[in-house]
Design a protein around this ligand. Structure first.
Ligand code: AMP
Length: 214
């Protein structure tokens, strides 16, 4: 089962992907996580990506596409995967379609998590991420057991650099301009499924499982 998570930054793609991972036993490939890991490790890729990310802009397509296509070759992807945060532009989607077509395959489901901008701005104000292991929380919706401390590894919870209010607004603008056209792209391919992102964690998960089937 090959799945793409679409939706604005902060709509909860990563959180819902976690539920799919547990239920369907397929990995999530998150380009944002890959970049953040590279920044942490101080790699060349991380250095190149950081400036764009901090400014709320997209990392150029040429730094993203090969990285993802190579990652999909790994053994853990043979039964499928969830793409979280990729593709983010039409050229990225076209590169993915072409790479998969070469292998005689394609994406099965594109799930679009729909939310209004204001709801996203409110939600992102509460988002916290573990500085050590990257686990995500929400001050109100998914709080940690002890305030400011990661349940999983005891690391400190922080606000992501690019979750600052001004950067969030910039990222939403970039989303509407460059990423939202993917909704029509996948609708045309006949694999788009729209999910109301206001249904709460359980409600959205159930809707997604209904779409994906058992
Ligand atoms: P995310 O964690 O998915 O919200 O991604 C955080 C940031 O990483 C984005 O704002 C972009 O700067 C960068 N990024 C992640 N995925 C992509 C992508 N597919 N194309 C370009 N930039 C990306």
């Amino acid at each position: 089962m090959k799945i793409i998570m679409l939706g604005a930054p902060g709509a909860g793609k990563g959180t819902y992907a976690k539920g799919i991972v547990e239920k369907y036993k397929i990995p999530t490939i998150s380009t944002g996580d890959i970049f953040r890991q590279n920044i942490k490790e101080g790699t060349e890729l991380g250095k190149k990506a950081k400036g764009y990310m901090d400014a709320g802009e997209l990392v150029p397509d040429e730094l993203v596409c090969d990285l993802v296509v190579d990652r999909l070759e790994k053994d853990d992807c043979k039964n499928g995967y969830i793409l979280d945060g990729f593709p983010r532009t039409i050229p990225q989607a076209e590169a993915l379609t072409a790479a998969l077509k070469e292998k005689g395959t394609g994406i099965d489901f594109a799930l679009d998590i729909e939310m209004e901008d204001q709801a996203i701005i409110d939600r992102m104000a509460g988002r916290r991420v573990c500085a050590k292991c990257g686990e995500t929380y929400h001050a109100v919706n998914i709080p940690p057991k002890a305030e400011g401390i990661c349940d999983k590894c005891g690391g400190n919870l922080e606000i992501r650099d690019d979750d600052q209010p001004e950067t969030v607004k910039k990222r939403l603008g970039v989303y509407h301009e460059q990423t939202a056209p993917l909704i029509e792209y996948y609708r045309t391919q006949g694999i788009l499924h729209e999910v109301d992102g206001n249904l709460g964690l359980k409600g959205v998960n159930n809707k997604i499982y209904e779409i994906l089937g058992e």
